[in-house]
Design a protein around this ligand. Structure first.
Ligand code: ZN
Ligand code: ZN
Length: 346
């Protein structure tokens, strides 16, 4: 067990375009909290977005704030009153902490809590050597699941949330637009949840191959979208998962979808999008946005899925060592090829 020094290195956001490695005091766990030695943290397009055009999700009052919300850490100190998490346990901290008191939380929708706080945006994140988090937010990582792979838990939880909102999913055909990390993990969930027809739309050929290896039945480039919509089983409703931030391409084709289809928007579009409102109304489609997840509903099943399918998902990850490597990537942008999630070992 490593006993933390007094100071640690953290990759902190100071202002748009200004991120650096700072030496800061190691945080102390308060009541109900644990101190984690960070073992791995995924880099996300959102982090790059914060560096380039933030603050987007960053809370101005939290600045300077350590980035990093796709964390895995080892418990090395317990705050007052923490029971049930032994020292030395590896955990994934669910990134969004609901207030647990408001009407929405009490109605069983913690992911929609208006008062939730988020690691790496509202308070310090995991692109640091150590991280303090509430014990109640932690999900245990099984021994055989490597920390670098467990760092996929956050995108995997987003993917789970996107899938769980669609009723009668197993009886639908599914199309996933965009095979980045979340899109790939949506494919994995769709297969897991019994969807018998899964098609992927993705420009990058290497990513299309990975999507096929994860259980997609068909993978085509964006030019093939119209052709694809014509080829899928038209007799049952569809679920379309937009994970590329090109929602317009999907929403403008609402007239081509069978009645009662679902369009789940996961990727964030940077430009205004056109939408066939008449077709959505007459065909009674549902358009749903996804931008959060909850510990019990999503992170717990995500860690279990990664543990069960660790051989299949290992290839989705590329490890980089050191926070200086993370800093360079956040400034220069994440590579799109090879098509992997970059996971940093601080
Ligand atoms: Zn993210
Ligand atoms: Zn709440």
């Amino acid at each position: 067990m490593t006993v933390p020094a007094e100071q640690m290195t953290a990759l902190r956001w100071h202002a748009r375009g200004v991120v650096r490695l700072d030496s800061v005091p190691v945080p102390l766990p308060g009541p109900g909290q644990v101190l984690l030695a960070v073992e791995a943290c995924g880099l996300c397009a959102t982090d790059v977005e914060e560096v380039r055009s933030g603050p987007v999700a960053i809370q101005p009052s939290a600045v300077p704030v350590s980035l990093g919300h796709e964390a895995v850490g080892r418990v090395i100190a317990l705050g007052e009153g923490v029971v049930g998490i032994p020292l030395g346990e590896r955990v994934v901290p669910a990134l969004a902490e609901p207030c647990r008191e408001c009407v929405i939380c009490r109605a069983g929708m913690p992911e929609e809590c208006p008062k939730k706080t988020v690691i790496g945006f509202d308070h310090d994140g995991a692109l640091a050597q150590y991280l303090v988090t509430n014990a109640a937010q932690c999900v245990r990582v099984p021994d055989h699941l490597a920390s670098e792979v467990a760092a996929l838990a956050e995108p995997c939880a987003v993917a789970h949330h996107a899938c769980r909102v669609v009723p009668h999913l197993a009886g639908r055909s599914a199309v996933v637009v965009g095979a980045g990390s979340v899109g790939m993990l949506v494919v994995l969930w769709l297969q897991e949840l019994g969807v018998s027809e899964i098609a992927v739309v993705e420009p990058n050929e290497a990513r299309r191959k990975v999507a096929l290896s994860l259980g997609a039945h068909l993978a085509v480039p964006p030019e093939g979208l119209d052709d694809l919509l014509g080829r899928l089983d038209d007799s049952r409703p569809w679920a379309l998962f937009e994970c590329a931030g090109r929602g317009g391409a999907v929403l403008a084709r609402a007239d081509q979808l069978p009645p009662s289809s679902w369009i789940v928007l996961v990727g964030i579009s940077s430009a205004p999008i056109e939408c066939d409102v008449v077709a959505i109304t007459l065909r009674q489609h549902t358009v749903r946005g996804i931008n959060a997840h909850a510990r019990d509903l999503d992170v717990l099943p995500a860690v279990r899925l990664l543990a069960r399918r660790c051989d299949a998902v290992r290839d989705l990850v590329e490890v980089r060592r050191g926070l200086d490597a993370a800093l360079a990537l956040l400034i220069d942008g994440l590579p799109s090829d090879p098509p992997r999630k970059i996971v940093v070992v601080p």
